[in-house]
Design a protein around this ligand. Structure first.
Ligand code: T4K
Length: 367
């Protein structure tokens, strides 16, 4: 029986990719803001309905660079329920993370708990649209405006997500994306930053190229995080098929929901009204008492049958050794996140799942 992985990369047509590689080979321009890099930035800005996009080599460096560009220091309020890169970006900037609990109906930071965590050292909020579920952006912005805080969204999971026709990437001061192989849209490794004005786009473009403004001027101690031409070309091809991929993921989500709706002890989220979801993940939550076995028992049962779900995001970031000692990391401060991390399994979710794959997975959950 074949292995079913939690995700599988969207791959461009090899012949088309080869034709693009041929073009790159002939031009001999293989990186440093080449033609494909520029074309992909424009194509993404149009697709995502955002004013400016700056490409990066992954989804972690735009987070680190955004904090640098906005001169964020002191303390930043963030969520413990995310991939560890979110908090690591703060650590790399010598910023103290302050963890705030999440909403049970989205998994995103709970705006009602943010104000209590603000201190004179707080300079920003870094929320995550976890699994592509939109944060409560209006409430977060209202708090940020009241206290003069910046908002940087980790939108690694939120490619193409819209609320009432507006991209979630337009919220806050900046948003960052990951184009890792495991994401809805991938450039193998890759990422991007979305910003609102040309001056910031210019600054970010300098920062991701060591800070160089021209051959002789460096505006700031930047980093090297430029996407190369091969990945940009690959990204252009994948952009053509991402809508079909999202539609295929949606069909998987619909089947999972239909089959699991009345399974005692298993819960999941439905679509939110007015939201264009990207179905990047399909988390289910296992209530041990009602389901009759633990989350881990179900996780390992799936694994024994070559179905590789993932316990994203267990352990919580606040439980990793680097962050465990922070006062805000105490489990009593994070009851909703702690419960979610202990109950979650992300089921296989990607465009290439067959009906057999889906039924094989469901049959092991519905006993
Ligand atoms: N912020 C958030 C909220 C994030 O979730 C992430 C990354 C970031 C920031 C940082 O973005 P990047 O710097 O990574 O661009 C994955 C990814 O490495 C990571 O990008 C992602 N989030 C995180 C949630 O998950 P793993 O360790 O779970 O991946 P792995 O290698 O176990 O792969 C999962 C499954 O996917 C495998 O069982 C097989 C399948 N797979 C994977 C790869 C890489 C394939 O079929 N083909 C492949 O090439 O981390």
């Amino acid at each position: 029986m074949s292995t079913i992985t939690v995700t599988s990369p969207l791959l461009p047509d090899l012949d088309e990719f080869h034709a693009m590689l041929q073009e790159i080979w002939e031009s001999r321009r293989i990186t440093n803001n080449g033609t494909f890099h520029r074309r992909l930035e424009e194509a993404l800005a149009a697709y995502l309905k955002v004013p400016y996009v700056s490409l990066f080599t992954n989804g972690t460096l735009p987070l680190i660079t955004a904090l640098q560009a906005l001169h964020i220091s002191g303390e930043v309020i963030t969520t413990p329920y995310s991939f560890v890169a979110t908090t690591h970006a703060l650590w790399w900037n010598d910023i103290r993370p302050v963890f705030v609990d999440i909403e049970p109906h989205t998994g995103c930071i709970d705006p009602e708990r943010i104000e209590a965590a603000i201190t004179p050292k707080t300079t920003a909020i870094m929320p995550v649209h976890v699994y592509g579920k939109p944060c409560n952006m209006d409430a977060i912005q209202a708090i940020a405006d009241k206290y003069g805080l910046r908002v940087i969204y980790d939108a690694a999971h939120a490619f193409g997500v819209e609320v009432n026709g507006e991209s979630v990437l337009n919220a806050g001061d900046m948003s960052t994306l990951s184009f890792h192989a495991t994401k809805v849209y991938n450039t193998i490794e890759g990422g991007a930053m979305v910003m609102h004005d040309a001056a910031m786009k210019q600054r970010i473009d300098y920062l991701k190229n060591f800070g160089f403004k021209n051959e002789v001027e460096v505006v700031a101690p930047g980093i090297n995080s430029k996407m190369d031409e091969m990945r940009a070309a690959y990204g252009l091809l994948n952009l053509r098929q991402v809508d079909d991929s999202i539609a295929a993921r949606r069909r998987v989500a619909m089947r999972y929901r239909e089959a699991l709706r009345n399974v005692e002890g298993i819960t999941f989220w439905d679509d939110m009204p007015g939201v264009r979801h990207n179905y990047s993940y399909f988390p289910i939550f296992v209530d041990e008492k009602r389901y009759g076995c633990t989350r881990d028992a179900l996780y390992f049962r799936l694994k024994e049958h070559d179905i590789l779900g993932r316990r994203y995001f267990y352990p919580l970031i606040s439980n990793f050794s680097t962050y465990r000692g922070l006062p805000s990391a105490a489990p009593e401060n994070l009851p909703v996140a702690t419960k979610m991390a202990n109950e979650v399994i992300c089921l296989p979710m990607h465009h290439a799942l067959t009906d057999d794959d889906i039924e094989r997975t469901l049959n092991l959950i519905i006993r």
